[in-house]
Design a protein around this ligand. Sequence first.
Ligand code: NAP
Length: 439
Amino acid sequence: MPNFKIAIIGAGPAGYFTAQALQSAQTDELTFSIDMIERLPTMWGLVRSGVAPDHPKIKTVAKVFEKVAAEPGFRLFGNVELGRDISIDALADGYDAVVLCTGSSVGKKLGIPGEDLPGSLSAAEFVPWYNGHPDFTSIPVNLAGATAVVIGAGNVAMDCARMLALDPSELDPTDTADHAIAAFKASSIRKVFITGRRGVEHAAFTAPELRELPKLEHTDVRIDPREVSEAHERAVAEHGEALEKHLASNLEAWRLIADHPVSGRDREMEFRFLSTPLEIKGEGKVEEVIFGINKVEGGKVVATGETYSIPCSLVISAIGYEAAPIAGVTFDRGRIANNEGRIGGTNMYTVGWAKRGPSGVIGTNKSDASDVVKLLVEDLKSPKSGIDITDLLDASHEIVTQAGWSAINQAEVAQGEPLGKPRVKEVDWAALLSTAKKG
Ligand code: NAP
């Protein structure tokens, strides 16, 4: 019975769904040995370090990942970095196929003056900071001023704005990193603007995220009702009365937000649309953002030439992500160059954000993985008598195995239990490795 050795790089949703698709593709005539390789000592990728801590239901998918990891033929190699500890060429030589599920971890740049001033951050830094990613614990997040501006009208911008605008006591029963909870408790930020460069009707937020805003207990959410009415009129003028489901649902959610009475709460979130960031200004630190005012003309967003300013001390840009480079792999417009997941002329494949760019929800990676695994299986010929990954790694290398990761996972959950939290995240790399050794 042919057994093929597959290396999956990246222990995030795309990686686990790829492993699951491989496991499901097994038959009496075809089996897989799966080695999952992850740079961090912690697993689950964006489910751990991306998903907002106040959205714990989304994280329940981790149970599926652990089931996949418990299947025979699955091995985990955490704390193993591609390019540093092991080369992509060695993996491609040794394995029948290599699947790159390395995501998109680099925040896109606005490309405007002042973007690099202290106080201006990318969501690619802010999100892993509050989620306890060990590489981001010490990034400077300036919460000393009263106002923050979040740039971008997608769900990541929404997560960032909510985290800044919630009453921090709401984060106590979550797995937000301890350092971030402490910082949010000491924060002076009371007003958070979320800005989109196009109209309300063009925003990338999804309806469930919008619908939770009027339910926020300690935060008033503001949008000018005229912006919502005008967006509705423009949408109907462009598409007719029978609007596409996603748009109709979003516009209805906006109407609920606009109609929801604000009640003078201490904390506020305010949406500003048709606002293009032109410059971040300040003497040695962020002090204001200058926006160009746009209008929609004939279905197109155009600049009016007018500007306005929002004084603030913190700017988070949440305008999308690009994949981080990997030596020996070709990239194209922020993604790994690929043809439906196949990396041309190699036995390598890609799944998830690294393949298609930063789009879709966690579950999107399941169908993505299943499509790519079909192609991978079609391409398989006869198994290589490849070397084992442990032959490629330095003998002294501290690998975080599945047992090691389970030890970390269990320790975190046990620490959270008496505090009514799903877990208390360990954020120190050395401490994580030390706990993993107990596994
Ligand atoms: P996104 O949905 O693509 O939104 C990016 C936003 O940035 C858009 O509003 C875009 O505006 C704006 N933008 C891009 N370049 C800009 C620029 N130069 N200046 C100003 N604005 C700019 O991306 P995302 O928010 O990073 O989310 C990534 C994916 O993760 C999405 O599929 C999202 O739904 C998903 N996600 C889901 C959840 C959830 O389910 N709860 C949570 C977080 C993320 P234009 O449209 O004008 O380009």
